[in-house]
Design a binder for this molecule. Structure first.
Ligand SMILES: Nc1ncnc2c1ncn2[C@@H]1O[C@H](COP(=O)(O)OP(=O)(O)OP(=O)(O)O)[C@@H](O)[C@H]1O
Length: 325
């Protein structure tokens, strides 16, 4: 049995169906990426899973308990970080976390141990006496994450935690989330930042207009959306007319090749898009080698040649149509 089972979840706001028959499961010790454009229904789903809203229809089981019928039973198991979280003026990092530890009902040595453990895990120890409102965005976000961990929940629901973070803070967040999954926690994380999620998620669910379009292991979702290979060519030109001629010859040659769907100029490079449904894993490499040979044999001065792997972003673009509810 999965730690979290979401079955046929629906949420209507008047005539608007914000969440439409959403079902997925999340195992302990894994990270599930919840991916979708603005207004897709991610926050609404997460709020329901955090027991802050009730579904119009459907069922959610957490550790075997119904979230709708027994919210008091499941709340201690959930750590929820909303997409907007506040800090307070004139409150230090320690005071902030201590306040919420008390709100969670932690007392005495247990509270002291949990606070110490969370401060250490999030690396907030050296900032214990800093005022929360004076922290950087990345550090504020760590405080918010620390807050969700105080009661040692089994399920973490994190609504766009990487939003607005600089690249370094994102990498650090990724490492923290991986460590939490390794501790056995189930992590549900939403984002628009697809490439970030691809690296930390074991499974993913792509949602649009309230409906799940693809769900499963990241590799399976990629396979579901398989068939699009993108090959990028960089062609440096010799100065003068001869260079322009080389560009034109390269473009013409590329358009003549099988599976080529797009050839465009991108700075000092030609970008070539080739597509084939259900292509074997080696197809991209084979086609790239063939194109390089054609260009070189035709005398086009290729000095760099790159191949972009399929990623979660490609899968997302393929299964969604970019519609917003
Ligand atoms: N309380 C509410 N009352 C009415 N409509 C709502 C309410 N909450 C959300 N919605 C609508 O439900 C739809 C889904 O919104 P939701 O916030 O869940 O999307 P999201 O995927 O989290 O988007 P974003 O990435 O922009 O946060 C939107 O059309 C939104 O306007």
């Amino acid at each position: 049995m999965s730690l979290l089972e979401v079955k046929g979840l629906r949420r209507d706001f008047g005539a608007l169906r914000a969440v439409d028959d959403v079902s997925f499961e999340l195992e302990a010790g894994t990270v599930l990426g919840f991916i979708g454009p603005n207004g897709a229904g991610k926050s609404t789903t997460m709020r329901i899973l955090a027991t802050l809203d009730t579904p119009t229809a459907g069922e959610v089981l957490l550790d075997g308990y119904s979230l709708v019928d027994t919210p008091d039973k499941v709340r201690p198991l959930i750590g929820y970080m909303p997409d907007r979280y506040g800090t307070y003026d004139d409150v230090t990092v320690f005071e902030f976390l201590d306040f919420f530890a008390r709100a969670y009902g932690l007392t005495g040595p247990v509270r002291a141990r949990r606070l110490a453990s969370v401060m250490e895990f999030t690396g907030l120890g050296p900032l214990a006496d800093k005022l929360t409102h004076a922290l950087s965005k990345g550090m504020k976000q760590r405080v918010a994450l620390g807050r969700t961990l105080l009661h040692d929940p089994k399920l973490l629901i994190l609504d766009e935690p990487a939003d607005g973070l600089d690249p370094r803070a994102r990498i650090e967040l990724r490492e923290l989330l991986r460590a939490l999954a390794d501790q056995g926690k189930a992590v549900l994380i939403s984002s628009h930042i697809l490439t970030e999620l691809a690296e930390i998620c074991d499974t993913c669910a792509i949602i649009e207009q309230g409906r799940l379009l693809a769900t499963g292991k990241v590799a399976d979702v990629l396979a579901q959306a398989a068939g699009t290979a993108v090959v990028e060519l960089l062609v440096r030109l010799l100065p003068g007319a001869e260079g322009e001629e080389a560009w034109a010859r390269a473009e013409r040659l590329l358009w003549e090749q099988p599976h080529v769907k797009e050839v465009s100029r991108e700075g000092q490079a030609l970008r070539v898009r080739l597509e084939q449904e259900g292509a074997a894993a080696a197809w991209g490499d084979e086609v790239a080698a063939r194109l390089l040979k054609v260009l070189v044999e035709a005398g086009v001065p290729v000095c760099a040649f790159g191949h972009r792997e399929r990623n979660l972003e490609d899968a997302f673009m393929r299964v969604t149509r970019g519609r917003v509810a």
